[in-house]
Structures are given as C-alpha cells and as structure tokens.
Design a protein around this ligand. Structure first.
Ligand code: AMP
Length: 499
C-alpha cells in the first residue's frame, strides 16, 4: 500500500507526521507505534482477521491504530465519539470485532477485548518489530469499514478495500502537486471518508497532519490561535467548516499565509463561499471535489475559476479524476443519475448483499465495478454539475443523513408512536431538521419542555447532528393522494407558522 510504503520511506528523517495540540508525532514514531500495534494484533489474533474497532475522536494514537491494523492485514472500523453508545453497539454487533480500542466512552462490548488508553500505551510503546509488507492489507482485502446513515435506522457499513484506496491515491495525488512536505488540515472525523484526503493522500506525500478537534471548533479564540500557529499549506474540509470559520473576520490570508489551496468535498460548495475566499485568500486556489464513501472519498475535481464564481450555474463538481469513468442514466429534464465506474468503487455494504445489489454492479462491457449514486447531475463542456438527490438522503453541516434513519430512531422514544422529519432549506442547503411526532399519550408538558425532554431522549440513539432542532407534537399527519404522510404539507406548515 502506497501510504505504508511512504511511511517507511519517511521514517528515516525527523519529519513530523502529525501535530495534535501540544503533541507531535514524527514519521518514525508513527511507523514504530503502528508497527507495534500490528505486531500485537498478529500475536494476539493469529489467523483471525476480524476488523478492529477504534472509538474516539482525534487522539494522536487513533492514527497509529488505523495504520497498525492495515499493517497487520486487518481492516479497521473508526467510530466517532459523537456516536452514542447505543448506535455504536449496533455497529459492533454487525462487525463482531475481537479487539476494540476505546479512547474513552465506549465501555464493555460483548466478547470483544476492549483496550483502554493505558493498555494501548503498553502495546504501542513495545520495542519496534518490522512488519513484512506481505502481511499488510492488499488488493481486495478490506482496508476500512465506514458506517454511514442507513434508511432503516441502523447505520450501514461501506466496505473499502486496499485496491480502492490505492486507486483513490493515484487519482487524487495530481491535486497535491507542490504540497510535498507541507501541512494539511486534519479536521474531518476519521469516521468520515473526507478525512482520507489528509490521512492517505497527505501522508503519501510526506505532509504533516494538523489536527483540529471538536473542542477547538467550539471555541473560536482557541481555534484561530491554533490555526495561526499551524503553518497550514492545504486546507481540506467540508464547505460547512470553512463557512463556520468565515463567520470570523480573522479568517484570512494574514492568519493563514501559507495556504495555497482549499480542497472541498462532501456537500454543495456555494458561490458565496467561493467569493469570500477569493477576497480573503487572493493567492490561494479553490478546488471543489465530489464523491460518495462507496467510491472512496472523491471521484471528481475542478479548480474554481473566476468565471465559475460569476456564472449563474452552480459551482461544478468537476471532471473525473484519473481512473474514474462517469455516466448519467435515466436523463430526464436535463439531469440524470450519476453512475461511477472504476477501481475506486468498493465491493458494497458490509453483510448486506440486498442493499449492495441495489446500488452496485459489475459493468459487463468493461468489467469495471459500478455504483449508482442517487445523485442527480448534468454535464456541460466536460464538467459535471450536481442537482440534488433522487431520494431522501441529505447533507447537514457536511454530514450524510437519511431522513428515515432519524425517523426510525425517534420512534424508539418511549412516548413517540410515529415521527415525520422534514429538512428546512435556505441559501441552497439544509439548515436544520424539524420533526413532527405523534405521541402515544398526552404528556401535559409545554412545547418547550417537551422538545427539551425529547432531544435528551433522542441523544441516546442519535449523534448530535442528526437530532432535529425543532420538534412538534401533532394530533395527526396530513396525508397525500397516495395515503402517505404529506411532507410538503408539513414543510408548508413550518413556513406558515414561522416556526
Ligand atoms: P459521503 O458518503 O458522506 O461522502 O456523502 C456522499 C454524498 O455527498 C454524495 O452522494 C453527494 O450527495 C454529496 N456530495 C459530496 N460531494 C459533493 C459536492 N461537491 N457537491 C454536492 N454534493 C456533494
């Protein structure tokens, strides 16, 4: 694997691989600590290849565990701490790991051996033992499983292989030209694949990963102080995170003089943000990229030009990166469903052949693996433009959410019999979710107290970003001609009542 080869190559020098607040990890330390974890997994698990779960956030050793698992020939399953225990337990139930690393908050999980920070330190600081590259994950071996929102209310696991990751790196590295030895922002959670732009592409060209954790993003002063000291040369994030930073006047080239490129992925990039960045960072280029987890991080890219910023059309998602083929199916009214073909398209969903068969296929003409994205797009002058979804999947602050997932989990609350969730749009993106709930019995609470109570209950099942900002109890749902809950009528009700 390219990243593991590069890690070995850079380990000789005193190059810094990761900066996490006051901690620094050199490439050598990363090589040694990931190697020590791999050696322990090989000794401890022998032939057992079950994936290794890692629960935490941006802890320095999270990265050592991810790469250590890969070196030992095992996949890893990163779970962000914002995922409540109940939901994390569903993932563990599906994966059945023998080993889980817990950076705090996961606790005992079935028969898995849970390593806390203390036992992990003992393992990682053991004397280095080189792990021969024929032990590493390779080809069709699973490299990671990422669990994303699933429409049944349980998260669904996307399988990504070593070959998929190699294809991603080959395709994206031309967009990293001139970044060798620079500093890349490492803010996206490891449980979302956009983080691969820092981890896999960044480490493959000897960059330093500069960590920004959730605590920092909550406190602007701390965040800007950290960014000011970062030496960042490449900004990678969802547009939402850059929009959050741009709320402060401080976010400009004086704060980040080294940033030569912004690379965005994961959701719609607006003209407004592009204009802001052009004014605040006149020397930096802005690159929009697009891709679903199922096809490994990103499959298109484009540098945003002044003409694009000024155009009436949306900002394009770009042209396919090397190795990727795209086609549009079922074109109607100018847009069709985007289908991705190529070596970065994964094998499918973990343990769900039914779901896999619905969206993945092998193209008989080319033999390439294909994935139907559910994204509606059109093409003009060799660039693709995103037009929205064909289903109820949406992006909320850059997070992928299936509306039915939120509904199914709200229906688990003790006094809720049915839930209907409606996204509230403004400025071309979803601002928040509103939930309409049929209660099992009257609770005698004021609307405010009820909303507070329901949100608290929902936090047991849903990560923060999936909890609707507004919750209303209703006596009945409006129905459409098909007898289904009329979501459009609910959305209108929100507008009319100015809620
Ligand atoms: P995820 O698997 O979390 O990366 O989410 C993938 C989905 O995010 C895609 O199927 C799109 O709906 C959306 N998406 C990703 N990148 C972009 C982009 N640049 N513009 C618009 N939507 C995007």
């Amino acid at each position: 694997m390219l990243v593991l080869e590069k890690l070995r190559q850079y380990a000789g020098a005193s190059r810094v691989a990761l900066v996490n607040r006051e901690k620094r990890l050199t490439y050598r330390q990363l090589e040694e600590r990931s190697g020590a974890f791999a050696a322990w997994l090989l000794d401890h698990l022998g032939e057992d290849r079950s994936p290794v779960v890692i629960y935490g956030e941006k802890e320095t050793d999270f990265l050592c565990c991810m790469l250590g698992a890969l070196k030992s020939g095992r996949a890893y399953v990163p779970i962000d701490r914002s995922v409540p225990r109940e939901r994390a337990a569903m993932i563990l139930e599906a994966v059945q790991p023998r080993v889980a690393v817990d950076f705090g908050g996961l606790g005992a999980q079935g028969s898995a051996l849970v390593l806390d920070a203390v036992s992990l330190e003992e393992i990682l600081s053991a004397p280095a033992r080189p792990i021969p590259s024929d032990c590493w994950v390779q080809g069709q071996d699973t490299a990671y499983l990422l669990f994303t929102s699933g429409s049944t209310g349980a998260p669904k696991g996307v399988v990504v292989t070593a070959a998929n990751l190699e294809a991603f790196c080959r395709g994206v590295l031309p967009w990293y030209a001139g970044q060798e030895g620079g500093v890349v922002l490492n803010q996206v959670s490891y449980s979302f694949d956009v983080s691969g732009c820092a981890v896999y592409a960044g480490l493959s060209c000897g960059m330093t990963l500069f960590c920004v954790d959730k605590q920092m993003t909550r406190e602007f002063r701390e965040l800007f102080q950290a960014l000011g000291d970062s030496g960042l040369t490449l900004w990678v994030s969802t547009p939402s995170f850059a929009e959050l930073c741009a709320q402060s006047r401080q976010f400009d080239a004086a704060l980040l003089p080294g940033v030569r490129q912004f690379l965005f992925c994961g959701e719609v990039l607006t003209h407004t943000l592009c204009e802001e960045l052009a004014v605040r960072f006149p020397g930096a280029r802005v690159v929009n990229t697009y891709g679903p987890t199922e096809a490994t991080v990103l499959v298109t890219a484009v540098e945003v030009t002044e003409a694009m910023r000024r155009s009436e059309r949306s900002i394009p998602i770009g042209a396919p990166i090397a190795g990727v083929q795209l086609r549009l199916e079922g074109e109607e009214g100018g847009a069709g469903e985007l289908v991705i073909l190529g070596p970065s398209v994964g094998p499918g969903y973990f343990g769900r052949p039914d779901l896999t068969a619905r969206s993945f296929f092998t193209d008989p003409a080319t033999g390439l693996r294909g994935y139907r994205t559910g994204d509606l797009c059109f093409e003009r002058e060799d660039l693709y433009y995103y037009q929205g979804r064909a289903d109820n999947q949406l992006k909320l602050d850059g997070f992928r959410v299936e509306v039915e997932d939120v509904e199914a989990n709200l229906q688990k609350l003790p006094n809720v019999s049915r839930a209907a969730v409606v996204p509230v749009w403004s400025g071309g993106k979803v601002q928040y979710l509103a939930a309409f709930l049929l209660l099992k019995e009257p609770d005698g609470l004021s609307s405010l107290k009820r909303a507070i109570q329901l949100k608290k209950q929902a936090a047991a099942y849903l990560p923060d970003y999936m909890i609707p900002r507004k919750l209303f109890a209703v006596e009945s749902f409006p129905l459409n001609v098909n007898g289904k809950v009329d979501k459009k009528a609910l959305a209108r009700r929100l507008e009319v009542e100015g809620r």
